[in-house]
Design a protein around this ligand. Structure first.
Ligand SMILES: Cc1cc2nc3c(=O)[nH]c(=O)nc-3n(C[C@H](O)[C@H](O)[C@H](O)COP(=O)(O)OP(=O)(O)OC[C@H]3O[C@@H](n4cnc5c(N)ncnc54)[C@H](O)[C@@H]3O)c2cc1C
Length: 415
């Protein structure tokens, strides 16, 4: 695989861009792989990438029922932060955030990581106390955050109205190295690097069954035939419950739709990410100038990857007091993705009742930011057969043992 570089761009410019190779191969599946990863979203591709990079395991197939990055990875609002409350969460999200800082160099693909800063607004006294507590926890965890005054919020975000009659801004939790990245580029970058290592990424290949023998996984049935494997990683976000059923176990997961929308492009007016969790809304501005807006999850379970009109109204209505300027913006597009929610709003990276079968899910509304860290931890789990320090607390057994990792404040709605 040829490296992307400034020199390569100059060379291709001189020959009318006729020399670029395909970013990844589209092979037919082999009969057997050492590891099969189900799901070519960010988490599945990152798992495969770190299996190769950190453990030298390259006999890997990533099976995807649609197109790679076409699930939640290509549908999210790209917020990256690590200001969680509990120590295990801060550790994995901060690892992830730090891997985003060097993603483009490491994977040799421009991820457009933009550490523009993230503010979570405190608009009730309860939130003020909650975020002050989080800021102190983050200080102990070595995660750089700060609780800032309403005046400082206004300084960072001039378009904000801090004197709203219903929900005035009382302060905010500010993470200066949080930000955004190009979501497609994360999937594409990992896919290209995996393919370059000789791994097979097989699109349009739905897993329809999981085969086992003596309580140990043997392979999968797919729309492209039977494929055997020594180890299996299930990394399918909102479809985790269905795959777990095929493997013969149940998950404490609910699948619900989460929606987002973007406005027409306007001149640069906000150079950080703002989340208003009390009113269920968050906003950033894309490089194209669109205001990228998200809200809360749908109030019912479903597998429907669609947007709905009432959601536009609810989300924009919620934000308009704090951002009066959006009342005059035209909204251009909306969409939905299926997110996988656990009761404690923390992910699952775990061994399963089926031998050599591992699962990574439950990132809910906030897993984009976790992709590199999750892939790193999942690769270790799959390679060694037991979790390393980053994944140790996120096992399925925590639900049986009541060891929940409560992140409802950090992850309740916002990402
Ligand atoms: C509207 C919206 C906004 C969001 N905003 C943010 C945000 O700002 N910040 C943040 O951190 N997170 C955000 N998220 C959450 C984030 O997108 C997800 O947590 C993350 O992308 C999950 O990645 P994944 O790789 O696990 O899942 P996906 O990208 O969904 O990948 C799973 C893949 O598995 C495939 N699959 C499913 N079943 C099968 C099968 N049987 N066989 C083969 N393949 C299968 C699917 O087709 C899919 O491609 C948002 C989500 C949505 C929907």
């Amino acid at each position: 695989m040829r490296r992307y570089s400034a020199f390569a761009i100059a060379r291709e410019a001189l020959r009318f861009h006729s020399g670029w190779a395909r970013a990844w191969r589209s092979p037919e599946p082999k009969r057997h792989y050492q590891v099969i990863v189900i799901g070519a979203g960010g988490h599945g591709l990152a798992t495969a990438y770190y299996l190769g990079r950190n453990f030298g395991i390259r006999d890997v197939a990533v099976l995807e029922k649609g197109w790679l990055g076409g699930g939640n990875t290509g549908r999210n609002t790209t917020i990256i932060r690590s200001n969680y409350l509990q120590d295990p969460s801060a550790a994995i999200y901060e690892k992830s955030r730090s891997l985003y800082e060097t993603f483009s160099q490491d994977v040799n693909f421009n991820a457009m990581f933009s550490p523009r800063g993230v503010i979570m607004l405190a608009q009730t006294h309860h939130e003020v106390r909650g975020y002050q507590r989080t800021a102190r926890a983050n200080a102990l965890q070595g995660v750089e955050t700060e609780f800032i005054s309403p005046e400082r919020v206004k300084e960072i975000v001039p378009i904000i109205n801090i004197d709203g009659p219903r929900y005035p801004v009382l302060g905010g939790l500010w993470q200066p190295r949080g930000g955004t990245a190009r979501h497609d580029a994360i999937a594409w970058g990992y896919a290209r690097a995996c393919s370059g290592m000789g791994m097979d990424i097989i699109q349009q290949c739905e897993v329809t069954g999981i085969r086992s023998e003596g309580g140990v996984v043997r392979g999968v049935s797919t729309t492209k035939g039977e494929i055997d494997c020594d180890k299996l990683a299930i990394v399918v976000a909102g479809h985790s419950g269905r795959l777990a059923e095929m493997a013969g176990f149940r998950l404490p997961i609910e699948s619900v739709a989460l929606q987002a929308l973007v406005s027409e492009p306007i001149k640069p007016c906000m150079d950080c990410v703002v989340m208003a969790n009390t009113v269920h809304g968050y906003m950033s501005q894309s490089d194209k100038g669109e205001m990228v807006i998200g809200g809360g999850t749908d109030g019912f379970n479903s597998y429907v990857q669609r947007g709905s009109f009432h959601h536009i109204e609810e989300t924009v209505r919620a934000l308009v007091e704090t951002f009066p300027m959006i009342s005059r913006l035209k909204m251009m597009r909306q969409w939905g993705g299926i997110v996988d929610m656990t009761g404690d709003r923390s992910p699952i990276l775990s061994t399963t009742p089926l031998g050599n079968c591992f699962i990574n899910c439950g990132w809910g509304t906030g897993g984009f930011k976790a992709i590199p860290g999750s892939g790193w931890a999942m690769a270790e789990l799959v390679a060694k057969g037991a979790p390393g320090p980053l994944a140790a607390e996120f096992g399925l057994d925590r639900f049986r043992e009541g060891r929940i990792i409560d992140e409802s404040v950090a992850a309740g709605v916002a990402h």
